[in-house]
Design a protein around this ligand. Structure first.
Ligand SMILES: O=C(O)CCC(=O)C(=O)O
Length: 222
């Protein structure tokens, strides 16, 4: 078993459409994934004015360069854990969706993501899973970047130390990431799962337009 064993997990409540597991992966698997992320030097920096500043490595690149990470996204182990947390049977989202499995890099001062929902381009309900891989401040602690979520009319701060797992329904939970500071680095592995990953023609076009903004023109023909 590469993840924390399902039986050993105290399944957190998903009542607020957001749940946290303190340890996502076994130490051995986390070390392999950490090494793959460290090797992803060519990040694709995207600047979406007022929305996002930071780099994103797309699913198609990860499939070539991060086999442990992609293998784990597609594994039964992880899918079962996330399904148990949300209380629904989930599948990975399709290979042609660049957001299905990606790594977000925050590496220059000011890199951040503004308040957003993760739009759902599928027939079923759609869930986001985050596993922070790197989160390093200048003093050896965590970076200044905070993941904030709107919960019951309040902003809740969610700590993102490496190897935590945050599961939320991104289309319903508004969230943002505050800027990192000078000399800091944060890398977050982001995945999506869905109860029904089919989409209509209109949803397919909307997904391509979104991927083009985040991942570049190649998304138009994937
Ligand atoms: O970097 C993070 O903590 C996740 C950010 C994210 O998924 C988002 O804001 O849409």
């Amino acid at each position: 078993m590469t993840v924390t064993a399902l039986d050993a997990i105290d399944i957190p409540s998903f009542e607020s459409k957001l749940a946290i597991l303190d340890t996502a992966l076994s130490p051995g698997l986390f070390a392999r994934i950490n090494a793959e992320v460290a090797a992803l030097i060519e990040t694709e920096r995207s600047y979406l004015l007022t929305h996002k500043k930071g780099g994103t490595v797309a699913y198609s690149t990860l499939r070539e360069r991060a086999p442990a990470l992609v293998g784990h996204y597609l594994s039964k182990d992880l899918r079962q854990i996330v399904s148990r947390i949300v209380g629904l049977e989930l599948s990975p989202t399709p290979l042609h969706d660049e957001s299905s499995c990606s790594v977000l890099f925050y590496e220059k001062p000011g890199d951040h993501i503004n308040w957003n929902y993760d739009h759902n381009f599928y027939r079923g309900r759609h869930f986001t899973v985050l596993i922070p891989v790197v989160n390093r401040g200048r003093d050896g602690g965590l970076s200044a970047a905070c993941l904030l979520a709107r919960q019951r009319g309040r902003e809740v701060e969610i700590a993102t130390p490496p190897n935590r797992m945050i599961v939320f329904e991104g289309a319903k939970v508004r969230h943002k990431v505050t800027p990192i500071g000078e000399g800091e680095r944060r890398a977050v592995w982001s995945m999506t799962y869905c109860t029904d990953p089919r989409n209509s023609a209109v949803q397919g076009v909307a997904r391509r337009v979104k991927d083009t903004a985040f991942f570049g023109l190649r998304s138009l023909w994937t």
